[in-house]
Design a protein around this ligand. Structure first.
Ligand code: ADP
Ligand code: TRP
Length: 355
């Protein structure tokens, strides 16, 4: 690129599976970053984080490999949309849609499948983990990274905000895009992963990484009474009341630190170092901190829940915008590999699509 060329616009894209209601790990590890990456509203100043465009989708095609109950899948997709909007995803600033509303992605998956070495997929952790536990895996799980690559390439995404566990899949995506481009010309934009700042793992109620698979989650919009009970049951060590403790690495403190205002966080760290407190006090403080941190989002959620038509309207508008973009990329890919008769092979070749 010449030195005086304008910087290439950044397009952020990410997907989240509707396999359960979102928990604190999903929010602090993924969703919060999606929200920060949205372009600023017109007229307001741009945050240094923001991308020029943002596309976010609910990955229902991926969820099909785990959620086998149609009515539950429908509910989870709708709830995911409501939760994302309530948490700050703004349809004026980002394109929010459901993965399966863009069928172009399925066709693109096939094109990519034809350049995917088996060995590459055999090394991918979702499939490898299941196999190593002796569980039967279907071809959907095996080829999952190819669908994910199509998700990203269909929108010419340049940056993909993800957690640590998804970086391998972005590498696969770059690999497949590189092979396709090598064979057929410059068709796909190569994306880069963007890791959550610090890459912190949000701990669950037992101190391990919070995850649905460990049954240690606290859901963002859980009913307050049930949520309080879960918080009060967070495991702690057997340190006596009077003894000081280093807050660093204590999972209860880590959860509090995610949600409490800076001054409260400092005060709590001092209390840990001084000693003379019980974990019950910390848990009560965490109940309050989480209630006030998510109070606005809960309010927005209640309003959205009362108006399902509005939510479905947002998803339909998002799907229309996403489809227009995906159709353009798919047509580029079809022409390049010889699936369109009577059209030039690759009109975009040589335009330099690598991000
Ligand atoms: P789960 O482990 O509960 O099934 P997912 O794998 O669906 O969660 O996670 C969706 C997104 O949330 C991913 O980007 C993942 O990196 C992020 N995420 C999930 N759990 C955590 C956690 N405990 N800490 C940080 N990020 C997390
Ligand atoms: N595989 C991701 C997860 O489980 C979700 C996902 C699907 C995704 N397609 C994507 C993330 C494309 C980023 C880009 O968390």
């Amino acid at each position: 690129m010449p030195a005086d060329a304008p910087p290439r616009p950044t397009r952020a894209l990410s997907g989240i599976q509707p396999t359960g209601r979102f928990h604190w790990g999903n929010y602090f590890g993924a969703i919060r970053q999606y929200i920060d990456l949205q372009p600023a509203a017109t007229g307001s100043s741009t945050s240094h984080q923001a991308a020029d465009e943002a596309y976010y989708f609910i990955a229902d095609l991926h969820a099909l490999t785990t959620v086998r109950e149609p009515s539950r899948l429908r509910e989870l997709v709708h709830a995911a949309a409501v939760d994302l909007l309530a948490l700050g995803l703004d349809p004026e600033r980002a394109v929010l849609f459901v993965q399966s509303d863009v069928p172009e992605v399925a066709e693109l998956t096939w094109l990519l499948m034809t350049v995917t070495p088996m060995g590459l997929l055999e090394r991918c952790h979702a499939y490898k983990d299941k196999k190593s536990r002796g569980l039967p895996a279907d071809a959907g799980l095996f080829t999952y990274p190819v669908l994910m690559a199509a998700d990203i390439l269909a929108y010419d995404a340049t940056v993909v905000p993800v957690g640590e566990d998804q970086v391998q899949h972005i590498e696969v995506c770059r690999d497949l895009a590189g092979t396709f481009n090598h064979l057929y010309g410059d068709v796909f934009t190569l994306p880069k992963p963007r890791l959550v700042e610090g890459g912190a793992k949000v701990p669950g109620t037992d101190g391990q990484k919070m995850s649905k698979s460990y049954d240690n989650t606290i859901e963002v919009f859980e009913e307050p009474g049930a949520q309080k009970k879960k918080i009060m049951r967070i495991t702690t060590d057997s340190r006596p009341m009077g003894q000081p403790k280093d807050p660093e690495g204590d999972h209860l403190f880590d959860l509090f630190a995610l949600m409490a205002p800076e001054a409260d966080r400092q005060a709590m760290a001092d209390l840990y170092r001084r000693g003379g407190f019980g974990y019950g006090e910390v848990k009560k403080a965490l109940v309050e901190a989480s209630a006030s941190y998510f109070a606005d989002a809960r309010g927005r959620r209640a309003a959205l829940e009362a108006d399902p038509g509005q939510v479905e309207g947002i998803l339909a508008a998002g799907a229309a915008r996403a489809r227009a973009k995906a159709a353009e990329v798919l047509s580029r890919a079809r022409r390049a590999c010889g699936l369109s008769r009577g059209e030039p092979a690759n009109p975009k070749a040589g335009k330099g699509r690598s991000a």
